[in-house]
Design a binder for this molecule. Sequence first.
Ligand code: SF4
Length: 381
Amino acid sequence: MPPIATLREATLTFGADKKYATFDRTGRLLFYTEPGLAIRRGLDHRMVESTESPSGRSYRDMSEAEKKALIEAVRGGIHLQLSVNGVADRLHRKLEQIEAWTPEQLALDHDKFYSLYRPINILPPDQYRSLVVQVAEGCSYNRCLFCDFYRDRPFHIKSDQELSAHLEGIRAFFGERLIDRSGVFLGDGNALVIPTLRLLTFLQKMKQELPPALFQSGIATFMDTFSLERKSLEELRILRDAGMQAVYVGFETGADSLRELLRKQGTAQEALSAMTTLKQAGYQLAVIILVGAGGREFADRHVNDTLSILAKLPLQRGDLIYLSPFVEPVHTGYTETATSAGLEALPEAKLNEEYEFLRQALQSMHPEAKVTRYSILQHLY
Ligand code: SF4
């Protein structure tokens, strides 16, 4: 079968025999697919392979040798096509650009990326195409027992000078790829904890130094519910008027006893009040729930109390409920706590049952909001 090339403004997809590779506007590899297998390449040159099996989808990081072999194989196909007569000029130029990316040159993205960013360990799935700006690093709380995303860094709000250097680095690193990002996501774990005046200055600086198109779909961030009380409704409205649009809130569970065990600050009622305030201030809200948290011991309380709290939340079109299957963290002491509390993890079939039950119940409770899966295992920026 002859190769197929689909050239769009920002990407080229090229391949044959059900094996396809997609490249960005600079010619860097973005995706590779073949039957039963998909590979994505992140901005930091990490490559994650996902495979489908009867027991579900699994993800793994590829080794350096595997990445190199795949890139060379893809380049081989491109090289072959370049030797064929009659390839249109524009496509020919694009293929040459792709072929010029050797595995060694692509690997340089790793160091370039980490000279600019602290690891971006998690993003909401609908924000993968946003431009991440780390106005802060880490989480000001950093003690939830199920969360190890920011244990590698102390909480730090950037100074004006640090933010300027960060934005300059972002412009240099992304180059012409910046226009392919849509929206801006403020890192890291709870950027709304930044004092309002300082955050307003940051938003202004970002708008001065980044392309206006990035801000058309608004600015989003993660936020915990217990620090939100430091912001008044009026402050939240001012930030909303300055461009903040969507807040992703880790609600996790409506069961207070489970929140306590997981070291999630505040009661579920207090979290409901914080989320309601965000809605009153005009934000799009994404509520994240940990499916399977607390194992068998908490299963009923977790589901019932979560549903009874979320029934009181005024969600609308544009809001999201993310159901995130619980993944046991390695470095937080969760395992020891769960063991001493006698918790038994939900087997996969039970976890899927809980997921499906919550999905259906929440979708009929909030028909205008979107209820969907949030797998932290597939994250790649
Ligand atoms: S879940 Fe949120 S609040 Fe808790 S440690 Fe992680 S980032 Fe911080």
